[in-house]
Design a protein around this ligand. Structure first.
Ligand code: FAD
Length: 393
């Protein structure tokens, strides 16, 4: 049976992007229904780095304080060479950084960000949250959109915002541009109680050890009570077109050349689950009629700038502002949102690939990276101004 309310806005997907969109719309007085495929709202149990640009938009959503209470402010972002365990460069995130960007750089557990969004959404009477509702298809009638779920239920709304992630069903319907690109990079993660951490050199920093075709990340979460570890490598098996790439034995072999300190930390990542990384080339046209995409569904990125979730939250606040400004003309609002977000998110997608290449450099490229980066001073951050400066909303 059709649930008809053509004044409502439908949001598909209850991840960080979808919940941010629901909250941003509700804060501007719009009624929203969120349809989430899973039987519960939730996030995986690992860390997120969030630049000052994300802190700004979380403040606009009213969740920054709650997220802040669970977060850690690393004193510095340090790049190390994974082979020699020597420092390459560091960025200070203290007074000068915060004066430049107005907001802090934080690291936080995904569940703490998602939980803050969920709690805020639950407290708004404008928002209806539904689980076990998977988008199957939609029909755009011009003045309204009808959405059909896999269970046959139907919903009607004036706009459809699809934040259904990397393997987005909505993207298939809007763009039909096939599956995302497999990068051939593989991630293993771990979170361990702080008492289990032996190497305490970098407790107050976010550290990335860069090696040939690999890198390893470490930072604390949850008020500093746990340590988050991320090991990433470029799979040679994938490069050779072999099936079943990225297994734990390939992880261990990839890190074989790294320093004893890095190999020691590799023991902290779980070997029973991995993440195969994907992204897409940027596209300028993720809106069709009264339907648009948001977050990873629109512009999935490799994680090397740590900005996928940050971009999804930025998308949400821009989208809500455009829908409020355009009034009844939903298509105009969605196109204005897309136009404002396109090149910024494209730059994140492309720069993430480049930054991945720099982190994973080998041979002479590695030597050049280490040489050039060693000339930076900790307060040199202008390269990242385009990203960390707050967006205008
Ligand atoms: C290893 C790794 C590290 C990362 N680190 C960072 C970082 O430090 N900082 C950062 O900002 N970003 C980071 N990211 C990126 C970040 O995780 C994503 O960009 C972000 O989670 C995208 O949010 P989203 O809401 O768009 O999609 P998702 O989080 O994927 O949410 C999509 C939601 O839609 C639901 N869904 C799917 N299909 C349907 C359907 N048909 N109908 C209804 N619901 C559906 C899903 O169940 C899910 O709840 C990282 C990513 C990876 C892989």
């Amino acid at each position: 049976m059709k649930k008809s309310n053509s004044q409502e806005i439908l949001v598909v997907g209850g991840g960080i992007g979808g919940l941010s969109a629901a909250l941003a719309l509700a804060l501007r007085g719009m009624r929203v229904r969120v349809l989430e495929k899973a039987s519960e709202f939730g996030e995986i149990g690992y860390g997120l780095q969030m630049g000052p640009n994300a802190y700004h938009v979380m403040r606009l959503l009213g969740i920054a304080e709650q997220v802040e209470a669970q977060s850690v402010h690393p004193r510095e972002l340090i790049l190390m060479d994974a082979l020699t365990d020597r420092e390459i460069t560091r960025i200070a995130t203290g007074t000068a950084f915060q004066a430049r960007y107005k907001f802090p750089y934080i690291v936080v557990h995904r569940r703490d960000v998602h939980g803050a969004l969920l709690e805020a959404c639950r407290s708004r009477e404008e928002i209806v949250l539904m689980t076990s509702k998977a988008l199957e298809r939609f029909t755009d009638h011009g003045d309204r959109v009808t959405l059909t779920c896999e269970d046959g239920s139907e919903y009607e709304a004036r706009a459809l915002i699809c934040a259904d992630g990397l393997h987005s069903r909505a993207r298939e319907l809007v763009l039909g541009d096939g599956p995302p690109r497999i990068a051939g990079h593989v991630v293993y993660r771990g979170v361990v109680p702080i008492d289990e951490v032996k190497d305490r050199r970098f407790f107050d920093s976010m550290v990335i050890w860069c090696g040939p075709g690999l890198h390893f990340v470490q930072y604390r979460l949850r008020g500093g009570t746990v340590m988050n570890y991320v090991a990433t490598f470029v799979s040679e098996r994938f490069g050779r077109g072999l099936p079943d790439f990225g297994g734990p034995e390939e992880l261990v072999a990839a890190f074989d050349q790294t320093s004893p300190a890095v190999r020691g930390m590799l023991g902290h990542v779980g070997k029973d689950k991995n993440w195969i990384l994907y992204d897409r080339d940027p596209v300028p046209n993720w809106t069709r009629g009264n339907v648009t995409l948001l977050g990873d569904a629109a512009h999935p990125t490799l994680q090397y700038l740590a900005q996928g979730a940050c971009m999804a939250i930025e998308d949400a606040v821009v989208l809500a502002a455009k829908l409020e400004q355009a009034g009844a003309d939903v298509n105009a609002a969605l196109l204005a949102y897309q136009s404002e977000r396109y090149l910024r998110t494209a730059r994140v997608q492309i720069t993430s690939r480049i930054f991945g290449e720099i982190m994973h450099a080998r041979g002479g490229a590695r030597d050049l990276r280490n040489h050039l980066m060693a000339q930076r001073t900790p307060d040199t951050t202008w390269e990242i101004d385009w990203l960390y400066r707050s967006i205008q909303v």
